[in-house]
Design a protein around this ligand. Structure first.
Ligand code: URP
Ligand code: ZN
Ligand code: ZN
Length: 458
């Protein structure tokens, strides 16, 4: 059915205006004032509300296997959480085992995503590189709708690629016309500090933050930017969390190198002191990499977003239950890494970014939707309210308050790292592919309603 949204304020990354929006059941048909209602249509009054493009979260790990366990949020529950928080599209990561066929892993992830309740796309992680890997990457870029490949400079036992492999992969990604993305932390520093801490008897989760200092991230970020320059590949640094890494990004951007940066809603909110909680159980909930940082780093990140050296804010949603976290209660290196955010990302950024005056409404839309659509080649299908674009739309109430609690959130974990926060600014209605899927505080969407978003090389 058509939907007419009346008298809202449409906010795109390049400006805002009061107008109506008409959808045709799938796409946006018209954006202009005074649209007459077609014979059969749902009318939504949007006075006082913002009409924004559905959020795009370019960093999620739904139902991701890690050894014998997997992340708690699936493509169904994770998608519902996303929709309730104003996100309509995610880009999840296919993580092949070292030596596993990339195409096989991609098909496994595609199988899990058949129950997706929000739109989805895939990055593929380069965990090994040789001629066969190169051929499979080519296949996925030409036939699989994948235009971004992730690389890890750490996790030596599982998914890290050595520098030689990374440089070769970067050259190949450049030839494919794709984007290299990187998790940048210095593995030698981290491993040394982890072993040293354990030797000293420090097993509490605080060892996690003590073993992953900002300098480890800054060094690796500098290094991958250098490799990317040599390979001539555009590079996107995922979950950038500290001032030193941001300095490396800024310096490269000033030199004219194509370097993008993503920060996470969690890194913009939470402080490293969470790791020092006396309770090991509670401290373990916050273990993610890079770890949460101190205020000076958060201030640098906000500054980077406002001045556009950081283009994108993701969640890195990667949720593990308390029971799963407890696997490493007495050895912090065994705690599964990851954090939530798929549900609260937009609220955090509105409350902490727009309401504090750090970001304009337009920058909010750019950082939570449009820039990801542009960088990952989904624009203007996604990331903008304009005729012809997909009808993924959020009605955003700038004054609606939302209290976070594990008792009421939609995510599949039994605690929340945002417990007790009250965010002002929240969605009142979400439209996915032309259908209302969240309204009056309720998500109403069928498993499989999310569609795959193929992204071609640039
Ligand atoms: O700790 C994190 N970030 N876990 C998720 C996987 C990754 O590194 O992005
Ligand atoms: Zn990562
Ligand atoms: Zn991640």
């Amino acid at each position: 059915m058509k939907i007419l949204i009346r008298n809202g304020t449409v906010v795109n990354d390049d400006g805002s205006r009061n107008t109506d929006v008409l959808t045709d059941g799938k796409l946006i048909e018209a954006v202009e004032p005074g649209i007459l209602p077609p014979e059969t249509c749902k009318i939504v009054e949007a006075d006082g509300l913002l009409v924004i493009p559905g959020g795009i979260d370019p960093h999620t790990h739904l139902e991701m296997p890690v050894g014998a366990i997997h992340t708690a949020d699936g493509f169904d529950s994770g998608g519902e959480a996303a929709l309730s928080g104003g996100t309509t599209t995610i880009i999840d990561f296919v993580n092949p085992l070292r030596g596993q066929s990339y195409v096989e892993a991609y098909e496994q992830w595609m199988g899990r995503a058949q129950k997706a309740t929000c739109n989805y796309s895939f990055h593929v992680t380069v965990t090994w590189f040789d001629d066969q890997a190169a051929e499979e990457m080519r296949y996925l870029s030409e036939r699989g709708g994948v235009n971004s490949f992730k690389h890890f400079t750490t996790y030596r036992d599982t998914i890290m690629l050595n520098q030689e492999g990374m440089l070769q992969s970067f050259f190949h990604v450049a030839r494919l016309g794709c984007l290299a993305t990187v998790h940048a932390e210095n593995d030698v520093i981290i491993t040394h500090l982890q072993n040293d801490l354990l030797k000293k008897g420090i097993t509490h989760p605080k060892g996690h933050v003590l073993s992953r200092p900002p300098i480890a991230e800054a060094e690796a970020t500098n290094r991958v930017i250098a490799l990317a320059e040599v390979a001539g590949v555009p590079v996107y640094i995922v979950h950038l969390s500290c001032a030193g890494a941001l300095d490396a990004v800024k310096a490269a951007q000033i030199r004219g190198q194509e370097v993008y940066a993503e920060s996470l809603c969690g890194h913009l909110l939470l402080d490293r002191s969470v790791y020092f909680n006396h309770s090991r159980e509670i401290a373990a909930r916050y273990v993610m990499s890079p770890p949460y940082r101190s205020r000076e780093h958060r201030d640098a990140l906000w500054d980077g977003i406002a001045t556009e050296s950081i283009q994108v804010i993701g969640s890195d949603n990667c949720t593990f239950t308390q029971e799963q976290r407890n696997l490493g209660l007495y050895d912090f290196t065994r705690i599964p890494n990851g954090s939530p955010g798929i549900e609260d990302r937009l609220r955090i950024i509105w409350d902490q970014g727009v309401r504090t005056g750090r970001l304009s409404r337009e920058r909010f839309v750019a950082a939570t939707s449009t820039n990801a659509a542009k960088i990952f080649n989904m624009y203007p299908r996604k990331g903008v309210i304009k005729p012809g674009s997909d009808a993924d739309i959020v009605l955003w109430d700038p004054d609606k308050s939302h209290s976070v609690s594990a008792g009421s959130h939609r995510q599949a974990i039994d605690y929340s790292v945002f417990e007790g926060y009250e965010f002002i600014g929240s969605p009142s209605l979400t439209i996915l592919n032309g259908q209302v899927v969240f309204e009056n505080g309720r998500v109403n969407v069928a498993a499989g309603a999310g569609t795959f978003v193929a992204r071609s090389p640039r």
